[in-house]
Design a protein around this ligand. Structure first.
Ligand SMILES: *Cc1c(COP(=O)(O)O)cnc(C)c1O
Length: 402
């Protein structure tokens, strides 16, 4: 038997695309994570806005255990009852008429792009292929998604940029009007709260403006709510803060599975109709295990009382973060984001600060543009917020700007 220290570096065979810290978490309970040696961490990043109901939520655990003993997988060549149930709930509670289930956010994005193009193609407008996106966007890591995101760092080394993506400066209204008016325009594709790009919330008036622009030119509006959706902003979807706006397509993932990997592409009947048998597919998408968990998560989060509590507790968090900005004006520039997807914009790279928080048993994330990302489970209580704010406060005091 090889000894425990058989490998010099236990990560030597892992593709080195991530650089995680040393901690190994072996258990989670609610808003806390535990290491092998029993150290407890307050989890205010939630697997990047994924574990919305915290760790080991009893109803999710029970649903998964129950399903695991019955049936794991048949593929989409057979009906999956859990899909039909969850799609019914989603369409009852949202703008959508049709749902495609995926295994990840990126795949929901791929489905959205394909559906948008197919829609125009079915209208006899095959030239309408351009997906209009914005600086700071993040839509995933597939070849399609990195081209949609347009971040040069993520495109570098991976071959030529694909045609059919138009990338605009966030806030450049003139360029946006021109791009939307182009005869090749297919859709505007946007995160209403940018996650990776620096936790930036789009003003509600802009969300409305996008809808009007799309209607004016007969193009589709697609919201990537993989990170900001599923109750994270205090509404089921982040776009619902803008009155009267509905998209044609919406991408969901992360929180929708609460830690079980799955996503969904929601769309109207008009967009869904051309996606006929053979036009798209997935072996695992919407498999019984994912659906068992997804139905539970949906029931909990779509409840208005649950969402009202998210709004309440996010007020407490925002207030705490603002107080940090007031106490540390030399280091904090602004508090950004919406609901429980928040950022502390700093005057330098936040990696060291993130490490100081971790040393004090608080897990937070980072995002583009010197932002410390705070995205706790939606089930946090006021006491957890106070604990986290206390840790960040002390870490900010200790943190030396480079
Ligand atoms: C995380 C994320 C994705 C990609 O989701 P994966 O599950 O990692 O494929 C896409 N869009 C947004 C806005 C995201 O935050």
């Amino acid at each position: 038997m090889p000894e425990d220290n058989f490998h010099e570096d236990p990560r030597q065979h892992i593709l080195p695309v991530y650089r995680p810290p040393e901690e190994v978490f072996v258990e989670g309970q609610g808003v806390y994570l535990f290491t092998e040696d029993g150290r407890r961490y307050l989890d205010f990043i939630a697997g990047i806005a994924v574990t919305a109901l915290g760790h080991a939520h009893p109803a999710m655990v029970e649903a998964l255990r129950d399903q695991a003993g019955k049936l794991w997988h048949t593929s989409n060549m057979f009906r999956v009852k859990g899909q039909e149930e969850l799609a019914d709930k989603i369409c009852r509670d949202t703008f959508a008429d049709r749902v495609f289930f995926t295994n990840s956010g990126t795949e929901a994005v791929e489905c959205a792009i394909k559906s948008a193009r197919k829609y125009h193609w079915s209208q006899g407008q095959a030239d309408r292929i351009d997906i209009i996106t914005f600086t700071g966007a993040f839509h995933g890591r597939s070849i399609g998604a990195i081209n949609a995101g347009g971040n040069p760092k993520y495109l570098e080394g991976f071959g030529p940029k694909l045609p059919g993506f138009v990338h605009l400066e966030w806030g450049d209204h003139e360029a946006l009007k021109a791009a939307a008016a182009a005869p090749t325009a297919a859709a505007i594709f946007v995160e209403v709260v940018q996650g990776e790009g620096g936790v930036r919330a789009m003003p509600e008036a802009c969300i409305k403006g996008l809808r009007e622009l799309c209607d004016e030119h007969g193009i589709l509006l697609i919201f990537d709510e993989v990170q900001c959706g599923m109750g994270r902003t205090g509404k089921l979807w982040g776009y619902q803060w803008a009155d009267g706006v509905e998209p044609d397509i919406l991408c969901a993932a992360k929180g929708i599975g609460g830690g079980f990997p799955f996503g969904a592409c929601l769309m109207t009947e008009a967009v869904g109709a051309p996606m006929q048998p053979g036009s798209h597919g997935s072996t695992y998408g919407g498999n019984p295990l994912a659906m068992a968990v997804g139905n539970v998560v949906w029931d909990v989060i779509s409840d208005e009382a649950f969402l009202a509590n998210v709004r309440r507790v996010s007020g407490v968090l925002q207030q705490g973060l603002k107080s940090l900005a007031d106490t540390h004006p030399d280091k904090v520039e602004a508090v950004t984001g919406k609901g429980l997807l928040t950022g502390i914009k700093l005057k330098a790279d936040p990696k060291t600060l993130q490490g100081l928080c971790r040393d004090a048993n608080l897990l937070v994330g980072v995002a583009g543009n010197n932002v410390l990302r705070v995205a706790p489970p939606l089930v946090i209580e006021d006491a957890h917020v106070r604990e986290a704010i206390g840790v960040i406060d002390r870490a900010l005091t200790e943190w030396k700007l480079p």
